[in-house]
Design a protein around this ligand. Sequence first.
Ligand code: PRP
Ligand code: HPA
Ligand code: MG
Length: 184
Amino acid sequence: MRLGMNEDIKEILYSKSQIKEVSKQIGKKLTADYLDKKPLVICVLKGAVLFMADIIREIDTYAEIDFMDVSSYGDGTVSSGEVKILKDLDVPVEGREILIIEDIIDTGKTLQCLVDLLKHRKAKTVKICTLLDKPERRVEGVVPDYVGFQVPNEFVVGYGLDYQGMYRNLPYVGILKPEIYENN
Ligand SMILES: O=P(O)(O)OC[C@H]1O[C@H](OP(=O)(O)OP(=O)(O)O)[C@H](O)[C@@H]1O
Ligand code: HPA
Ligand SMILES: [Mg+2]
């Protein structure tokens, strides 16, 4: 009998309070770096939605927010390599200081595609803030500017990160038991 989501987690990597603490630290840096710059803060749906909500409340300066929905993983644990734009931004980015908020950088394909697009649209600057960085799996040369935690090469879920659309609502980041996805 499955008792609930928590039973599917092999190990908790980052607790709610650790994530809160790291968001505060990053928020302080962002406040200093973006003072008077009126950045456009972009949340990459859906994974980044929880971290975005934390981060914007820690940025103590004028900022606009917008959302983009891109998807490359579908239902699996391996990137398809093909990044689809499912929802574009509502505002133009030309001349703007852009801060992209992500939950995780894995292969880097999603962000490489986004950064290229925003530069093509003539953004003034494009910086990346990610809760998690998994550098071991990188195939693109994406380097984040603000990082919460570096994660090992494991499939992680929680705090926005999903497996087959589930586990996003776990209040921590944990490693999914391999038997969960190996049985599917
Ligand atoms: O560095 P990459 O290998 O490209 O992987 C990282 C991206 O993959 C996940 O999103 P996904 O496409 O699964 O959509 P989701 O955010 O809606 O879960 C995650 O939220 C990142 O956006
Ligand atoms: O480890 C991961 N977990 C969930 N979604 C992801 N998208 C890229 N890497 C991951
Ligand atoms: Mg995502």
